[in-house]
Design a protein around this ligand. Structure first.
Ligand code: GDP
Length: 440
């Protein structure tokens, strides 16, 4: 998980304060020394760390904290608020032009994830009932145009390309006309990237900016590159006046420095975070939720939002009704497992629950889950509905079909029966609860 070592270091600094009835200036200073080291180690910009620690100290040593009943908690609250502020405070929305189309210019160095992110952004906008046009302005990287066309095909968004012989400026100009004529309301310009910032690149980007008059210039930077990401953001911002930043690869084990310093150094908000290679792995960046995650307070809100997006509501309702009646079949088990899977890797999900990132040993065995799925898939329809049919012969056949052993099949069926029993107890309990609640 991203931020893992930062999170655990900050939490251990605070564990010493938490729960103490009384703390004094010296113990706040001590904790802040550890916070300072943790941030520096996470590759947060030196000046940003200095200012951050000074602000927290000033507030923490102020009367409110030391006199409060739970001073340890108060210090953590102050750190949480300041971390949120550091990353931009409020969530920054993508611009909407008063007159369509809204033009978004995507810029960034090669390999940062610009083209992928352009595809992700198209998908994100479509979910908001927008009609984006993807524009291939990167005429230098041979595969870039094709890559954008493939992405467009995957998300079902039109792609505007004129090959690699027409200048990016001309492509942008014609793309705008195309969008207007076809009533498309977002134009996403995938511009060229280089390995390093150079003058020719900047000149070209400035020319594209001149004709396209973008409402947003979003810089895509790779969070894994830490301080470099911040330096790149700073240079691009000076040359092009960015409106925002998209940090990619926050799903990796980035130390977090970029996320914590970009806003402070450039003054430009992080608008989105890339959380994986898949097209739906783009999230609006919520500074408050990110701060909670870093401090081990979990991010239940994001978890709920993810669930709402991934879960098929009709199916869920139907399943809830069946479970209430104490019914639980292998098919239902398979369905619920597949819906959970849609949410992403289970370990990431667990990381969003408060306190969970402390439980380092908690490893979800995704392979094992796959085997379990295969076992259910090797059952016939009748067997899935009625476990009583599963005699020794059938179990043998299922083991062979799923590439597992009879022992594994037996173990799973036993677990399933336990689950079913529990489900029955719960459904009884919730009925009673409902009756009680209705009486109130
Ligand atoms: P470009 O040169 O900036 O256009 O970069 P690409 O869009 O081609 O992306 C470079 C690589 O980064 C590809 O392998 C992408 O799949 C990968 N990538 C992009 N965004 C993310 C992300 O948020 N997480 C992860 N894990 N990989 C990403």
């Amino acid at each position: 998980m991203a931020f893992e070592s930062l999170a655990s270091r900050l939490q251990s600094a605070f564990d010493k304060l938490r729960g103490r009835g009384k703390i004094d200036e010296a113990s706040v200073n001590e904790a802040m020394r550890e916070v300072r080291l943790a941030l520096l180690e996470a590759d947060v910009n030196f000046k940003v760390v200095k200012d951050f620690v000074a602000r927290v100290k000033e507030r923490a040593i102020g009367q409110d904290v030391l006199k409060s009943l739970t001073p340890g908690q108060m210090v953590i609250k102050v750190v949480n608020e300041e971390l949120t502020e550091l990353m931009g405070g409020n969530v920054a929305k993508i611009a909407v032009a008063p007159k369509a189309p809204t033009v978004v210019m995507m810029v960034g160095l090669q390999g940062a994830g610009k083209t992928t992110t352009t595809g992700k952004l198209a998908k994100y906008l479509q979910k908001q009932n927008r009609k984006p046009l993807l524009v291939a302005c990167d005429i230098y990287r041979p595969a870039a145009i094709k890559q954008l066309q493939v992405l467009g095909g995957q998300v079902g968004a039109p792609v505007f390309a004129l090959g690699d012989k027409v200048s990016p400026v001309e492509i942008a100009k014609q793309a705008l006309e195309h969008a207007k004529a076809n009533h498309l309301d977002y134009v996403l310009l995938d511009t060229a990237g280089r390995l390093h910032i150079d003058e020719a690149l900047m000149d070209e980007l400035k020319q594209v900016r001149e004709v396209a008059k973008p409402d947003e210039i979003l810089l895509v930077v790779d969070a894994m590159t830490g301080q470099d990401a911040v330096n790149v953001a700073d240079s691009f911002n000076q040359q092009l006046e960015l409106t925002g930043v998209i940090l990619t690869k926050l799903d990796g084990d980035t130390r977090g420095g970029a996320a914590l310093s970009v806003k402070a150094v450039t003054g430009k908000p992080i608008k989105f975070a890339g959380m994986g290679e898949k097209l739906d792995a783009l999230e609006p960046f919520h500074p408050d939720r990110m701060a909670s995650r870093i401090l081990g307070m979990g991010d239940v809100l994001s978890l709920i939002e993810k669930a709402q997006e991934a879960v098929d509501e009709e199916k869920a309702k139907q399943m809830e009704k069946q479970m209430r009646q104490g019914e639980f079949t292998f098919d239902m088990f398979l369905d619920s497992m597949q819906q959970m899977r849609k949410l992403g890797p289970l370990e990431d999900l667990l990381g969003m629950l408060p306190g969970m990132n402390k439980m380092k040993d908690l490893k979800v065995d995704e392979k094992q889950l796959g085997r379990t799925e295969a076992i259910v898939q090797s059952m016939t329809k009748a067997e899935r509905a009625n476990p009583d049919l599963l005699n020794a012969n059938r179990r043998k056949r299922i083991a062979a079909g799923s590439g597992t052993t009879v022992q594994e099949v037996n173990r799973f069926i036993k677990q399933f029966e336990e689950m079913k029993k529990m489900m029955k107890q719960f459904s009884g309990m919730s009925d009673k609860m409902n009756k009680k609640m209705n009486k109130l």
